[in-house]
Design a protein around this ligand. Structure first.
Ligand code: NI
Length: 397
């Protein structure tokens, strides 16, 4: 990176920072749940219009927004940058002056920060149009928390003609000014299953007259764990978690039905594809042995988030240049959490990186989490430099 370019970007970032901080506070104060981001989208669209983006489309895949900023150096590829906008159904317990004004809803995953970083980046890139060729597409995505927004954006044409895409996620437990990334699997797939076990109800004192769905369900729960421990290679990672088990209504009645729900996480698409068969075989076998009927509804949700190696190298290179080599953390392990950014990666190479929000911060999705103001600067720097680097590097080729 040329020193001159770094100075130009630094000056632009420092100029937009106070505005980005204000915008984040506004978003944090007015959180909205997945698919209900109307006011958030309205605010973001208004800000983008003020900044003078070249095109602006609203109501994309629900409350999504697509905007473009075109460089003045001529035609070139299209780079997408994505932020999510939705909040969570948690009562905020933080003490900040900008804490949530909406009861029971808060930005506990820091999407206020992601949106503010992208708005700040929009502002710097509008000022730096003379420094790149091609187009930056800004994607403000709804409904990430319910893993539906990315699909809705893609289905609405949001990835058409996109050559590469980047996103970041604020990461507590990592110092501000650091980023973390790895090539390949970054986050897991997240699929879900619903199992209904039908037996025959009876008096609890006469179990021989019943087909007990609780006993069958209990064995299904433990047998499902053998998919991980006995059927999956010990060096592969799979999670099968039964997270709900509902049955019964009294101390002395064997119920007729039990309902189980859960999630399956994988780090490769190959393993993911064979999991429904494995789950069904175990459920069918156990229920068959115990004379119970079952229904299985297995749904594929979010794919594995697989970072493209070339894009990861670009993030590292840019990170080392603007944050310092020592602040680019090579993540040893992926997370078995999921992120619907994976859906975009099915349409163009890209990468998602973690952006440190503070080593002492409470975890994501807890009542006192706050993205904070400090990570905005490194976030905007990273996005701005990535856009300039990608669009310059590509156009020069
Ligand atoms: Ni999130």
């Amino acid at each position: 990176m040329l020193d001159q370019q770094r100075d130009t970007v630094n000056a632009a970032v420092n100029e937009v920072l106070p505005h980005a901080i204000k915008m984040r506070h506004h978003l944090h104060r007015h959180p909205e749940l997945s698919f209900h981001e109307e006011q958030t989208a309205k605010f973001i669209a208004m800000k983008l219009e003020e900044l003078g983006v070249d095109s602006l489309q609203t109501s994309i895949g629900g409350n999504g927004i697509l905007a473009t900023i075109t460089g003045l150096q001529g035609t070139g590829p299209t780079l997408a940058l994505r932020a999510d906008m939705d909040a969570l159904p948690i009562q905020e317990e933080g003490e900040s002056e900008y804490r949530s004004e909406r009861d029971g809803v808060m930005h506990a995953c820091g999407h206020d920060g992601h949106s503010a970083v992208l708005l700040g980046t929009a502002q710097t890139l509008c000022r730096l149009r003379a420094n790149f060729a091609g187009t930056v597409r800004l994607i403000f995505q709804p409904a990430e928390e319910v893993a539906a927004g990315a699909r809705a954006i893609v289905d609405s044409g949001g990835m058409k003609d996109v050559d590469a895409i980047f996103a970041l996620h604020g990461w507590p437990g990592m110092d501000v000014g650091k980023i973390g990334i790895r090539p390949g699997a970054m986050m897991a797939s997240a699929d879900t299953f619903d199992i209904t076990i039908d037996g025959r109800g009876a008096h609890a004192a006469m179990p021989h007259l019943s087909v007990d769905p609780i006993v069958a369900g209990a064995q299904v729960v433990t047998a499902l764990q053998t998919i991980v421990s006995r059927e999956t290679s010990p060096v592969d990672s799979v999670v099968v978690s039964v997270t709900q088990f509902h049955a019964g209504s009294a101390h002395n009645i064997i119920p007729g039905r039990a309902e189980l729900k859960g999630t399956v996480r994988c780090l490769t698409s190959e393993l993911r594809q064979i999991m429904p068969e494995r789950v069904e075989r175990v459920v069918a076998g156990v229920c068959g042995a115990l004379n119970a009927e079952y229904k299985l509804n297995y749904r594929f949700g979010t794919p594995v988030t697989i970072n493209d190696e070339r894009m990861v190298n670009l993030v590292r290179e840019v990170g080392a240049a603007c944050l310092g080599e020592e602040n680019v953390v090579q993540l040893e392990w992926p997370s078995l959490g999921a992120e619907d950014f994976a859906v975009y990666l099915g349409h163009a190479p890209g990468a998602m990186f973690r952006l440190g929000t503070g080593a002492a911060k409470p975890p994501l999705h807890t009542p006192t989490y706050d993205f904070g103001d400090e990570p905005l600067k490194p976030g905007i720097e990273m996005f701005t430099h990535l856009a300039l680097r990608f669009l310059r590097g590509q156009s020069a080729a």
